[in-house]
Design a protein around this ligand. Structure first.
Ligand code: SF4
Length: 419
């Protein structure tokens, strides 16, 4: 069992505070904050969604004693790079298979030809597949969630750059989600497997718990100056911000996949078809290919461009409808986003409770505004992401990227997922 499971009954926010209060010499205590946290943390102080900036939250976390504060947005951008590339590899492999050609190899194996590909960043959705629809496991992207990608990056890349051993980094997260601790406790999310393994993420605190800690310590975020997130794992793009709301992973992925295929930025940056809070959203995107493009084989006819059929399921009830439609052939998609909570992570079980019926729309609007305010809005344009590949992983879906940033799933699920 992972270290977290052996930690006893103390809640994880308490374990994280203990680490800060009894900091061991030579250890650094770091924290990452998820996209949806930054809009809802203001509500724990009686303010409207988005009324406290992410920079003020960073200052507050430093006041609590965290040595480094990192932005999960960075790992959301990494997820787009890895997942977008995985999707294109599956499409290429499928096209080769259909044409009777050899399936291209990926990381020493024949690439998967299984489509549609489902997103894998939501542990509520992953648990449903593992427990109720294990036959769909090969359809899940192999990408770890942004939280777990960030954990692996922190314990490997960051630890090395900071001159500390992976076991010298205490890795905490602030998440909108009550399932993220169960995700972090999966045995293989560690630098090495087996007893004594160093967990990639040690302690998960929810948005509501963090708000309570700030209140109890008398830390009023609204009055604090702003501090930037720490480097070398830098800021995230506007696309990454959108991970916090239903349709956001799809919109961020389209921004990057479009450019990977066409060599040109998508003409428009927002993709209204996948925005909003409807149950199931779907769109067909045709991406032109340039002369000599490696993706010409994906065109249905020469010069027709690459057609991508995408769908977004908002909540598990809608996911079940999509699964049924895909199984009986009434729905045909290449890529499907599923988030278990209504509205996506903005509506997660770890967010502050609200009696406002419009709270999800307000949180979603705050996320769209944050995207609009960023100067870099596409994941692949994030210079820190480009640096990480240059300095460490080489390229998306490389052997090392597979080893550190991808995962596997277990039919029937694993214990602890319901935490
Ligand atoms: Fe967690 Fe809900 Fe977000 Fe899924 S949608 S990651 S269960 S908060």
């Amino acid at each position: 069992a992972g270290a977290n499971k052996a930690a006893g009954a103390a809640p994880h926010w308490q374990l994280a505070l203990n680490e800060l209060e009894n900091k061991q010499p030579g250890k650094v205590v770091v924290v990452q904050t998820a996209p949806a946290v930054r809009v809802a943390i203001a509500e724990t102080m009686g303010l409207a969604p988005g009324d406290v900036t992410a920079g003020q939250m960073v200052t507050g976390l430093k006041k609590l004693g965290f040595d480094y504060v990192f932005d999960t947005l960075f790992a959301a951008d990494m997820t787009i790079m890895e997942e977008g590339t995985e999707l294109l590899h599956r499409l290429e492999a499928k096209a080769a298979e259909s044409a009777g050609k050899p399936v291209p190899a990926e990381d020493g194996h024949a690439a998967s030809t299984i489509l549609p590909m489902f997103t894998s960043c939501c542990p509520g959705w992953v648990a449903m597949v593992e427990k109720s629809n294990p036959e769909l496991i090969p359809f899940l992207s192999t990408c770890k969630s942004p939280q777990m990608m960030m954990g692996a990056i922190l314990k490997n890349y960051f630890a090395a750059s900071a001159g500390v051993q992976p076991e010298g980094v205490v890795s905490c997260s602030v998440m909108p989600c009550v399932r993220k601790q169960g995700e972090a406790d999966r045995d293989w999310f560690a630098t090495e497997a087996g007893p004594g393994a160093v967990r990639d993420v040690d302690h998960v605190i929810t948005t509501a718990e963090l708000g309570k800690i700030f209140q109890e310590r008398g830390i009023n975020l609204k009055e604090l100056p702003e501090t930037e997130y720490d480097n070398p794992i830098g800021a995230g793009s506007g696309g990454a911000v959108l991970f916090g709301t239903t349709g956001g992973v799809m919109e961020a992925a389209l921004r990057t996949v479009y450019e990977l295929v066409s060599g040109e930025p998508m003409g428009r940056i927002t993709y209204e078809e996948v925005r909003g809070l409807e149950g199931i959203k779907a769109a067909t995107v045709t991406i032109p290919t340039s002369e000599g493009s490696p993706f010409k084989a994906l065109e249905s006819a020469p010069g027709a461009g690459v057609t991508l059929r995408v769908a977004v399921a908002n909540g598990l009830g809608n996911a079940k409808k999509v699964i049924k439609g895909v199984s009986d052939g009434t729905m045909q998609y290449d890529f499907i986003e599923v988030m278990a909570c209504p509205g996506g992570c903005i509506g997660g079980g770890g967010q502050p409770r609200s009696t406002d019926k419009l709270i999800l729309s307000k949180r979603q609007a705050a996320m769209y505004q944050l995207d609009e305010r960023t100067t870099i809005r596409r994941s692949h344009e994030n210079p820190a992401v480009q640096e990480l590949y240059k300095n460490w992983l080489e390229k998306p879906n490389s052997h090392l990227a597979h080893e550190k940033l991808h995962t596997h799933y277990v039919p029937g699920g694993v214990g602890g997922d319901d935490k």
